[in-house]
Every structure is written in C-alpha cells, then in structure tokens.
Design a binder for this molecule. Structure first.
Ligand SMILES: *[C@@H]1O[C@H](CO)[C@@H](O)[C@H](O)[C@H]1NC(C)=O
Ligand SMILES: *[C@@H]1O[C@H](CO)[C@@H](O)[C@H](O)[C@H]1NC(C)=O
Ligand SMILES: *[C@@H]1O[C@H](CO)[C@@H](O)[C@H](O)[C@H]1NC(C)=O
Ligand SMILES: *[C@@H]1O[C@H](CO)[C@@H](O)[C@H](O)[C@H]1NC(C)=O
Ligand SMILES: *[C@@H]1O[C@H](CO)[C@@H](O)[C@H](O)[C@H]1NC(C)=O
Ligand SMILES: *[C@@H]1O[C@H](CO)[C@@H](O)[C@H](O)[C@H]1NC(C)=O
Ligand SMILES: *[C@@H]1O[C@H](CO)[C@@H](O)[C@H](O)[C@H]1NC(C)=O
Ligand SMILES: *[C@@H]1O[C@H](CO)[C@@H](O)[C@H](O)[C@H]1NC(C)=O
Ligand SMILES: *[C@@H]1O[C@H](CO)[C@@H](O)[C@H](O)[C@H]1NC(C)=O
Length: 748
C-alpha cells in the first residue's frame, strides 16, 4: 500500500525513462519505454506520418528502417500530443483527451500492483511487480503482421485464442495461421479464400504443445537481428544486413520462393519474368530498392509519377501493357458499352489502377497483382493508369508564372512611377491579399460572363460558374447579406481563406467593394451530393463510394470542429453543401459563413425553409448551439446517403412518417437491409450498413450529450470501436404520435 502511494506520487512527477510503467505513470505523445538492453522501444509511432499507433520497434534501426511491431488491433491515434498509455488495476489503457480508446482486457485475475514492462526480447508484458512470472497480458499474444524471435503462433490455451498474423492491404488482406494437421505446417489465406499450404523449416521454429503452437527460434550465437514478416501472399524471415555496400533486410527464408509458383511474389505492379525474377511494369520503380537488390520483391513497385486523385480534374493518362499472360488478380467487371466508357469509369474512380476492355469492361482497384510476362500468344491487353507528366510541366509553368508575374509587377511599378510623374492614374490588376486573390467586381462580372451561368442557389447567395486567368474554372458566390463593414470583411475572409483541408472547398479569392461581397471558390465538376442522391437520371453511387463520401464529410467536419485554429461550427450541413470533385471526393462548402456575415448569418440560415429539416432541435428551440448541431445534420445526411431518399420528406414508411424514425425502428429490429437505397439492389456490406445506420441514429439523438463527436463518428465508421444499439430519438417519436408540430417536415 505504502509502496503504491510512493509510486503514485512519483508517477505524477517523473517522466518515464525506463523499461517499466508503474501504476499511476504514463507515457504520452512521443515519450517511449526502452528495454533494459536498449534494443527495443515502445511508444506511439506513425508508419506514414499520418496516424499514430502503439507499437514496438528496434531503437537503433528506427531512423532509416522503422520496422514496427504493431499491437494486434491497431488503434488509430488521431490526437498524438494528447494520447497517453497507462496502467491501472492490472489493465493497460490508451486514452486520448479523456476518452479511453483501448484497454488490454487481461483474461486473468487483475493485480493492483501490476506493472507493464518492455522486455529485452521485445515482448511488452503486464505482470506482477514482485512475482515476475505472473503475466496477465503480453504483446506476443497479439501480433499484427510481424513476429519477433521467441514469439509464437497457434493456439494459446491460456488466453484461449488462435494467434495468427494478419495483414490488411486494402482492398486485399492476408492471414497466416498454424495448420494443426501438419508438423510445422501453416496456412496462408488471401482475402479469405485463396489458400496456400506451407511448412516452416526445422531450424526456424520450435514445435510446442503437441503442435498447436510454434515458436520462432532465436538466431542464437550469431546475434543476427531477425524477424518474421507477413506480406500480401508471402511470409519471410528477414535478417538485418549492414555492410559497406548495402544495408537492408535480407530474406533468409521466404514462402513461396519464386514467382513461377506464386501470384504475389513480385508484389504490386511487379511482373514475373521468364527467368523467375521480378521487374517493374513501365512507369513504375521498386518501392523498396534495397529489398529488391537483396532479392525480396514482394514490396512491389510504385508509380514514378504519383497519380493524384485530390486534384479537381484528373489529368492522369493510361499506357497500354500488351505483353501479359492472363488477367491480373481480382478483376472487377463493370458495365460499359465502349472502351472509352470503360476508361472514363476508371478515371472517375480514385482507386482505379487499370482497366481492360475485351468482351466487357474490367477494372482493378489500388494495385495490380499476378502479372506474368507472356512467352507466347494469346497476350492480354490492359491499360495502366499513370500519373500525368503534365503535372511536372505544370510546376514549371507555375514557376514561370510566378517569376513572370514578379517581373510584370516590377515593370508595372516602374510604369506606375513614371505615370505618377505624369500625374495620371492607372488601375492595377489582380493582386493578392494574404492567401487570397482580390478581384474587382468588373473582373468577376467578366469572368462569369455577366453572371450568366448559375450553378446553384445556396442559403447565402447565388453561385455562378466563371473562368479566371483564361482557363481556371471557378465558382463565384454572390453573397446576399452585407454583414460586416468592408474592413471587417477583409479581415474575416483572410481567416476563412486559411482553413484548408482535402474535404473542404477551397476559397481562392474574393471581391469586396461598396455593397458587394463575392467569394471565389475552386470549381467542383461533379456538383453537389443531392444531385447524385436524389436524381433519377444520375449514375448510382456504389456502397463503397457512399462510405468514402461519408468518411470524407466526417473528416472535413473533424477538421472544422477540432483541428483548425478557430474552431468552427458549420451550421448548415446538407447534401447541397457537399460538393464532389472529379474523383467524387467530397468537399464541404459554405463553412465560415458566420464569420463572414456576422449577425446576418442567422437570419439567412433560418429563412431558407428547406434547411430546417437538417437543423438540430436545440437550434430550432433557440438554445445555444455547439458542434453537436453539425453532428445532428450529419446524421440526417447520413440517412439520406444510405437510403437515397430525402430524410425531411413526409412520406409513409409503414407506420412512420419520416425516414429517420422508420430507420431507427428498423435498426432496433435488426433489419437494416430495407433501409438501403433500392437502386443498390442489396449490394452493400451488411455489417457496414448496420454500423452506418446505427451511427446515423446516434447522431440524431435529441439531447446533444448523447450524440457522438465527429471524431467518434469516424472511429465508429472505421470499425475501431463498436457501436451500441441506439435509442429511438424522442422528438421523432413525438412526431409519430402527432404530438409535436410539423416543424421537421417543412420542405422547399
Ligand atoms: C545503439 O547505437 C548506439 C550508438 O550508435 C550504441 O552505442 C549502442 O551500443 C547501440 N545499441 C545496441 C543495442 O545496438
Ligand atoms: C494537448 O497537448 C498539448 C501539447 O502537449 C497541450 O498543450 C495541451 O494542453 C493538451 N491538451 C489537453 C486537453 O490535455
Ligand atoms: C474482455 O474479455 C472478456 C472475456 O474474454 C470478453 O467477454 C469481453 O467482451 C472483453 N471486453 C472487451 C471490451 O474486449
Ligand atoms: C481470481 O480471484 C478470485 C478472488 O480474488 C478467486 O476466487 C478466483 O479463483 C481467481 N481466479 C483465478 C483464475 O485465479
Ligand atoms: C508466482 O506466480 C506463479 C504463477 O502464478 C506461481 O506458480 C508461483 O508460485 C508464484 N511465486 C511466488 C513466489 O509467489
Ligand atoms: C479478408 O477478406 C475477405 C474477403 O474479402 C473477408 O471475408 C474477410 O473478412 C477479410 N478479413 C479481414 C481480417 O479483414
Ligand atoms: C500432448 O501429447 C502427449 C503425448 O504425445 C499427450 O500425453 C498429451 O495429452 C498431449 N497434450 C495435449 C494438450 O493434446
Ligand atoms: C554485402 O552483402 C551483400 C549481400 O549479402 C554481398 O553480396 C556483398 O558482397 C557484401 N559486401 C561486402 C563489402 O561485404
Ligand atoms: C495468376 O496468373 C496465372 C497466369 O495467368 C493464373 O494461372 C493463376 O491462376 C493466377 N493466380 C491467381 C491467384 O489469380
């Protein structure tokens, strides 16, 4: 007891610089635990510079070759500086800004004196402080895709589960498990169905517990640094090599051992040649050149010029590859009448990597696997998507433009001086203010050909299509209200101009003069979400695309709510304000309007009657609103994306008059398929559909406390946390009973 108190006291004052985490201590952000021998460190690491996860890595090799042993169910950390790992009552916890993301859930009796230690072999264990053999949880029981020497695979009787290696490489996955029927045998499963049976060599593993468990042997006296790694379609034992000519991970053993017998040996975009080794397809180069040099090809190849699906207009092109045998792995058939249509479909989808048009259109997502060079006909023809070399030219162009404009400005300044001397006046052309271009009204009038091409009518004004600088297509919004004085407006518009995110429509410039306020935005060729969801004539959005759109919207909102400098409540989330770029990437429009319009904002918002169905109850009843008001609107929109129906429309669904209420009832009955857009004909993952419906239902809860934050919404949609069955929102119930007014049913 006394010991504990002392430790707790120490815990709040000392930074952890050891291998052990005592009760009351924590590591957060970039702090790590280091094993006693200095080889392993445990902390929150980021594989791609984006999200962080809890993992263990070689401390000395971490700079250039960060091989990280992730903990089984990788929990994504979104707020890295504010994440902590601590131990309490024998359980490990990961907490982010006060909410617990993960607990270790030990199977054995908890001990309040338990500590967490990173051992010299890289195993992170929770064990009793005094009796070190009382281990209640250990990371070796939860490997992800890699195994350290001393770790095991197979049935662990104590925790009662089958320990396996798993790898997710969207859209594919791979699992490696012990085959109980063959000595040292294992099964590798790709996408749950392509099955390969292999055997570990004698020297590599030790067979334990009657073959239900195999343990990876320690390299022993050689002191080599080794580990086992599962990649898509291949498992290898890799050894760290560092001599004068090359450093990298060299395969000591691999299964399968040649591309002649394996569809995956050459990795993504790698081609198996007649000599049995791999080369990259034209336009690609090895993703890990060192590994390729050492004869380990499964990391595959990557595009020399990256394909960019963020840009508004995809300028990617295709190259013909016509020397292949058979079709690559996992072609997806799509409906297209001509080769051109097939190409257009591929181009319109961010993740489409290639297409082929031969007795029907086939496309491949993300990567091409199982490419084999053909020795004889018949040859297969496929068209590979490659990044557009124009992009580099664009860069040069931008440079020329920048230097050109500097020169022009200098000349103009000189001319201005000369003119000034002659005491005559000259108008300066477009200029920049902070991030934004400033236009005169005349310029925008010309750019939009006198506001002739109307794109739409939003809550705050009309939007027109225009062309600036000769070729850039933009959307020009004429604001209805005046709001602030010109000076105030100029200040606020700069703040809004700084808010930039992939899922937000970018503000490019503005015009403020006299009684005129105009905003110039990037143009979104695919218009707004409502035209895709509710129109009979548009192409039906697939379920996966819908999910991508939903997650994109949620990301944009997380950015507005939590990540940008001035936290922003959007207040007007609805399908009309979700725009889609050429790749159907969603971008939220009309954010920051409260800043730009000041007091006129509320009036503008509530006079647009069609918006009311998306407004949270607290907004309508005049209570102060928070971010959760956006969460409510998001929920309503989510139901619309799922069903392809206007949530706000008053229609009979069984006993119910509003879709969200009907949906909430169906979610509770466990029957969600009937909520799916009929046009999808049931083509959706039932699990994902169920999660999406539950999330939507949580978002539209009456009391904002019961609604999740947008960050939690993303966690739920990504399956990181389970979603409990939501209660049916009461105000909708009231509506059903005819108790409430028809305030939700107002339709334009
Ligand atoms: C790690 O590197 C440091 C400095 O390069 C060296 O002193 C130390 O012995 C190395 N530790 C291990 C475990 O290799
Ligand atoms: C989050 O981390 C930052 C940086 O360490 C710190 O300034 C801030 O106070 C933390 N916020 C909370 C709520 O702990
Ligand atoms: C914790 O483990 C128990 C027993 O294995 C299981 O029933 C329970 O669902 C687990 N809880 C979590 C949150 O994983
Ligand atoms: C756990 O502890 C309880 C009492 O503290 C005891 O009755 C039970 O037998 C223990 N279980 C195991 C598996 O040790
Ligand atoms: C330590 O724990 C192990 C496993 O629970 C037990 O078998 C052993 O008797 C304990 N040793 C002591 C000294 O308590
Ligand atoms: C792997 O893919 C298959 C088929 O797509 C799927 O059934 C399975 O659930 C996936 N496994 C994992 C672990 O994602
Ligand atoms: C393991 O094998 C031995 C003898 O081959 C047998 O006595 C024992 O019951 C087996 N244990 C299990 C868990 O199957
Ligand atoms: C480095 O290792 C590679 C691969 O084992 C070998 O081919 C090469 O000869 C080695 N170079 C030196 C200088 O030892
Ligand atoms: C890989 O391609 C070869 C030749 O086209 C084919 O025979 C084999 O079935 C393919 N394997 C997989 C897993 O698709």
């Amino acid at each position: 007891m006394i010991l504990n108190v002392i430790i707790l006291f120490m815990g709040s004052h000392t930074a952890v610089a050891s291998d052990t985490l005592f009760p009351g201590q924590s590591i957060s952000g970039s702090e790590t635990l280091v094993s006693e021998n200095g080889i392993f460190e445990l902390g929150f690491f980021s594989p791609s510079g984006m999200k962080h996860y809890l993992g263990i890595r070689y401390k000395n090799l971490s700079r250039n070759n960060p091989i990280t042993f992730w903990l089984g169910n990788k929990i994504p950390i979104t707020n890295f500086p504010n994440v902590t790992l601590y131990i309490g009552a024998g359980e490990l916890y990961i907490e982010e800004l006060g909410s617990v993301l993960w607990t270790s859930n030990s199977t054995r009796n908890e001990s309040v004196t338990a500590v967490a230690v990173i051992l010299n072999n890289g195993n992170f264990v929770v064990r009793d402080q005094l009796n070190t053999s009382m281990v209640t949880w250990q990371s070796f029981d939860h490997p992800a895709d890699k195994l350290l020497p001393g770790a095991w695979l197979g049935w662990d009787m104590v925790i009662g589960s089958n320990i396996l290696l798993t790898l997710s490489k969207p859209p594919y996955n791979c699992t490696l498990m012990i085959d109980q029927t063959r000595k040292r045998g294992f099964i590798m499963l790709i996408d749950g169905h392509d099955k390969y049976l292999g055997t570990f060599p004698d020297w590599m593993v030790t067979y334990e517990e009657n073959g239900s468990l195999v343990r990876l042997n320690d390299p022993g006296i050689t002191n080599d640094i080794e580990f086992m790694k599962l990649q898509l379609g291949q498992v290898s034992l890799l050894k760290w090599l560092d001599n004068a000519t090359i450093s990298g991970w060299q395969p000591v053993w691999s299964y399968p051992s040649s591309c002649k017998v394996s569809a995956f040996y050459c990795g993504a975009f790698g081609i198996c040649t007649s000599t049995g080794t791999c080369k990259c397809i034209d336009g690609f180069s090895p993703a890990e050149p060192n590994e390729w040099e050492l004869g380990h090809f499964v990391s595959g190849c990557s595009r020399i010029i990256p394909s960019n699906c963020q840009s508004a207009v995809s300028t990617d092109s295709f190259v013909l590859v016509d020397n292949l045998q058979g079709l690559p792995y996992n072609p997806q058939g799509v409906m297209a009448a001509t080769s051109e249509e097939c190409r257009a479909i591929c181009l319109s989808q961010c993740y489409c990597a290639a297409y082929s048009y031969h007795s029907g259109c086939k496309i491949w997502y993300s990567m091409l696997l199982n490419l084999t060079l053909a020795d004889n006909p018949p040859y297969t023809e496929i068209y590979m998507r490659i990044g557009s070399p124009n992009k580099n030219r664009m860069h040069t162009l931008v440079f020329i433009l920048i230097f050109g404009s500097i020169a022009v400005i200098l000349i103009m300044l000189m001319m201005l001086l000369i003119y000034k001397k002659r005491s005559s006046c000259v108008a300066i052309q477009a200029k920049m203010e902070g991030f934004l271009a400033v236009y005169s009204y005349a310029q925008l009038k010309k750019a939009t050909r006198n506001f002739s091409d109307r794109l739409g009518e939003g809550s705050f004004g009309s939007v027109f299509k225009g062309t600036i600088a000769g070729s850039t297509i933009v959307a020009v919004k004429k604001l209805k209200g005046l709001g602030h004085t010109e000076k105030q407006f100029r200040t606020e518009v700069q703040t809004v101009g700084m808010i930039q995110h992939t899922n937000l429509v970018r503000l490019l410039g503005f015009c403020a003069g006299g009684t005129r306020r105009l905003l110039v935005y990037e143009y979104m060729p695919n218009g707004s979400l409502d035209s895709h969801l509710f129109s009979e004539t548009s192409r039906v959005l697939s379920w996966n695309l819908r999910l991508q759109i939903v997650i994109g919207i949620a990301r944009g909102l997380v950015y507005l709510h939590e990540e940008c400098r001035d936290s922003i409540i959007h207040c007007d989330i609805k399908p009309e304000n979700i725009l889609l770029n050429a790749e159907l990437c969603p971008k939220i429009a009309d954010f920051g309007m409260a800043k730009l319009l000041g007091r006129e904002f509320n009036a503008a918002l509530t006079t647009i009657r069609g918006t009311i169905g998306y407004l949270a109850p607290e907004w309508i009843s005049g209570q102060p609103i928070t971010h959760k008001a956006d969460v409510y609107s998001f929920g309503v929109v989510l139901f619309e994306i799922i069903s392809g129906r206007r949530s706000t429309k008053k229609i009979r669904y069984g006993n119910h008059r509003y879709f969200p209420l009907y949906a909430a009832a169906k979610v509770n009955e466990g029957d969600v398929l009937c909520l799916l857009d009929d046009r999808l004909e049931g083509n959706a993952s039932l699990k994902e559909l169920d999660v999406a419906c539950r999330v939507a239902c949580w978002c539209i809860q009456d009391d904002e406390i019961h609604r999740p934050s947008m960050r939690q919404v993303i966690h739920m949609l990504e399956g990181v946390v389970d979603v409990e069955l939501p209660p049916i929102p009461v105000s909708f119930l009231n509506l059903m009973d005819g108790y409430d007014s028809d305030i939700y049913s107002i339709e334009v």
